[in-house]
Design a protein around this ligand. Structure first.
Ligand code: ZN
Length: 295
């Protein structure tokens, strides 16, 4: 039986589509986004203070940037965001020809390349997204296509494997990863949950190489061993739509979990009043410092 872990509400944010938590080890704050509200949040657990920057369009994810500020993947492409002024600097828009597409989840690899994928904001979205890599020199490379809802992405501790989730497949796949070139090859399923519960969304990896996957409509976050496909631990959530998890705090042992309210009925929201909140769990393992964008 997987170990049972509880999570507590730390910020009653009532986000529409909270996503993309990531800890900035230098500033000791948690960044997260409300995708549909177009907001980048900066949460300081030491004070409980949460500040939001309106970026004026859907924002799929946020990552720290080595040269200062953060990088975001927006509806209209990759951009740099100045956290003091809120100024956006657009870097590249690889899907300018696809106005219904927007960026969704993404993270940096250990070499500081920013990976993020897209999805179509329409009913007929099957296979309409792609996965891109923004290199530190500003060049953009389409790395995979025919993706429906591009989501969690993480690298193994030896950086020889890239784990990836296209949500409707209900799988975590492992690509062979070439850290020197940023090339991916030979995806194979390592975790497959065709019968649910829910759909795999955001993902992070811990210091023991185990994956933490949030399950949209699954009321849980699960810790998986990608070598065996076994569930090691389950965080039962008081909300239906947890979206992603990331380790933060001074010791990187606090697991922050975002969630969503979008699409839930009034009745459902009455039963899960903290939907859209930010939660924290202490599972007894540590995470890793986030890789920063090196450009
Ligand atoms: Zn997601």
């Amino acid at each position: 039986m997987p170990k049972q872990i509880s999570a507590e509400l730390i910020l009653d944010a009532k986000a529409t589509l909270g996503e993309g938590p990531i800890w900035d080890v230098r500033r000791q704050v948690l960044y997260w986004v409300d995708i549909s509200a177009g907001k980048v949040h900066i949460f300081d657990p030491a004070t409980g203070h949460d500040r939001a920057i309106d970026v004026g369009q859907p924002v799929g994810t946020v990552v720290p940037r080595r040269s200062g500020g953060v990088m975001v993947a927006l509806r209209d492409g990759f951009a740099a965001l100045d956290l003091e002024t809120g100024a956006l600097t657009m870097i590249a828009d690889p899907e300018a020809h696809l106005p219904l597409n927007r960026f969704n989840d993404g993270k940096c690899d250990p070499a500081g390349r920013f990976w993020a994928g897209t999805m179509r904001q329409a009913e007929d979205r099957a296979g309409a997204g792609s996965l891109y890599r923004l290199d530190p020199d500003g060049s953009v490379h389409k790395m995979w296509d025919k993706i429906t809802v591009s989501n969690g992405i993480a690298w193994s501790l030896d950086a020889r494997t890239m784990y990836y989730i296209d949500t409707p497949t209900r799988m975590v796949v492992a690509f062979e990863y070439d850290l020197a070139t940023g090339a991916i090859a030979n995806p194979r399923p390592v975790i497959h949950t065709p019968d649910g519960p829910g759909f795999p969304d955001g993902m992070t990896i811990d210091a023991e190489g185990m994956l933490w996957v949030a399950y949209w409509d699954g009321w849980r976050v699960v810790r998986w061993d990608p070598a065996t496909g076994q569930a090691l631990a389950v965080i039962e959530m008081p909300v239906q739509r947890p979206t992603a998890a990331w380790f933060g705090g001074p010791n990187l042992d606090e697991l922050y979990i975002t969630s969503a309210r979008t699409g839930l009925s009034e009745e459902a929201l009455a039963q899960q009043p903290h939907a859209g909140g930010l939660f924290v769990a202490r599972p007894g393992v540590r995470g890793l410092p986030a890789f920063e964008f090196a450009g």
